[in-house]
Write a protein that binds this ligand. Structure first.
Ligand SMILES: Cc1cc2nc3c(=O)[nH]c(=O)nc-3n(C[C@H](O)[C@H](O)[C@H](O)COP(=O)(O)O)c2cc1C
Length: 341
């Protein structure tokens, strides 16, 4: 069991936060809490459990479940716990049609009593800490009072103490999932108000957080924890200072004393070690019949915004399909692009 008090996490993202991405992120930050992609209870009960739930990385990791049947969630949670996750999370934020057809995800915001049952089932099945990730509302239930009622019911009836709040409503008809992550405006004030009204709950904010400075701002404003999604995928190296900037109590006091130069030492990242670890990982993966692009597609953003970063990205994306077993490709992409020169 790993420590879950660290105030920073990387959001669950389908197709993105798979075991390979999480392996790579663990080489950048040991303390940040990682989330799996959402796995539905149905898939766990019927599918290849090792493929769906197997992990390649160490450190704190939370399994996100999707579903609307307490019985199935209980069974899936029991199985999930056998795969050594540190906590479980329920998806009440995803607006995709596929998810809505199963009538779970964001549309569960309309059914807080059912969410409470699902939370009890998840805790009972897994015997692990549980949390719920939700929106500030859905169309038709958009006010702060609706949000506050949802949290109150899920807390009181579902015995849930950790709420991860994506600070946008979800529009359940007419917007694609991607539009639903951009078009409804961010309402951070609602999340801050939630923390004031429920000071005993752990309130984690999500949505539009671009970097660790934004995260520091949120923690300074009294929010307990910050979850970063797209920015963590597009620019993974923003997390290289996460372990020194944050502590379980919030922000490292050395940073507050403006001693940030030591903390943010640009020399501190050991690229040789990373190269070596990636090569070992790829070597195992290729030996199992895997292709390197399954892993290295998650490394395309490693030099985002840096000199040579685009050349690195192009080199990697052009060659990872051409040479599916070339375990030295990451190292060669660094050398060819000059990103570290
Ligand atoms: C490609 C992609 C897949 C996502 N899949 C999930 C998911 O499986 N479960 C979930 O709760 N949210 C999912 N989300 C939403 C994110 O977890 C997060 O709430 C959202 O992107 C807002 O945070 P951000 O602005 O930091 O990206 C996904 C987002 C993206 C971009």
């Amino acid at each position: 069991m790993f420590d879950l008090d660290f105030p920073l996490s990387i959001a669950p993202m389908m197709e993105w936060t798979d075991r390979h991405y999480r392996f790579l992120m663990r080489k950048i930050t040991q303390k940040t809490i990682l989330y799996t992609e959402m796995v539905t209870a149905e898939a766990i009960l019927r599918g290849n459990q090792e493929k769906l739930l197997g992990k390649s990385e160490d450190g704190p990791c939370v399994l996100q479940l999707g579903g609307d049947s307490p019985e199935k969630i209980l069974q899936a949670a029991r199985i999930g716990a056998e795969f050594c996750y540190d906590a479980l999370n329920l998806n009440v934020g995803c607006p995709s049609e596929r998810v809505q057809n199963g009538s779970f995800g964001a549309c569960l915001m309309k059914e807080p009593n059912l969410v409470a049952e699902l939370m009890l089932a998840m805790a009972e099945g897994s015997k692990l800490p549980v949390s719920v990730k939700h929106r500030i509302g859905v169309n038709g239930l958009e006010s702060y009072d609706d949000l506050s009622k949802f949290v109150q019911i899920v807390h009181e009836r579902g015995k849930t103490n950790h709420f991860i709040v994506h600070a946008r409503i979800a529009i359940l008809e007419g917007l694609s999932p991607s539009e639903n992550r951009n078009i409804p405006p961010l309402r951070y004030d609602d999340v801050h108000r939630l923390k004031k009204d429920f000071p005993h709950l752990k309130i984690e904010i999500n949505g539009g957080i671009k970097d660790l400075n934004d995260a520091i701002f949120q923690i300074d404003s009294g929010i307990d924890a910050v979850m970063i999604g797209r920015a963590a995928y597009e620019n993974p190296m923003i997390f290289r200072f996460a372990d020194s900037i944050f502590t379980n109590q919030g922000i490292n006091s050395d940073l507050e004393k403006k001693n940030s130069i030591n903390i943010m030492n640009p020399e501190s990242f050991n690229w040789d070690k990373l190269n070596e670890e990636i090569e070992m990982y790829l070597s195992d993966w290729v030996a199992q019949g895997g292709r390197i692009h399954t892993v290295l597609r998650h490394a395309l953003g490693f030099f985002y915004g840096q000199k040579g970063g685009r050349i690195f990205r192009r080199y990697l994306s052009e060659n990872m399909h051409k040479s599916p077993s070339d375990i030295r490709l990451f190292k060669n992409a660094i050398a060819s692009s000059g990103v570290l020169d």
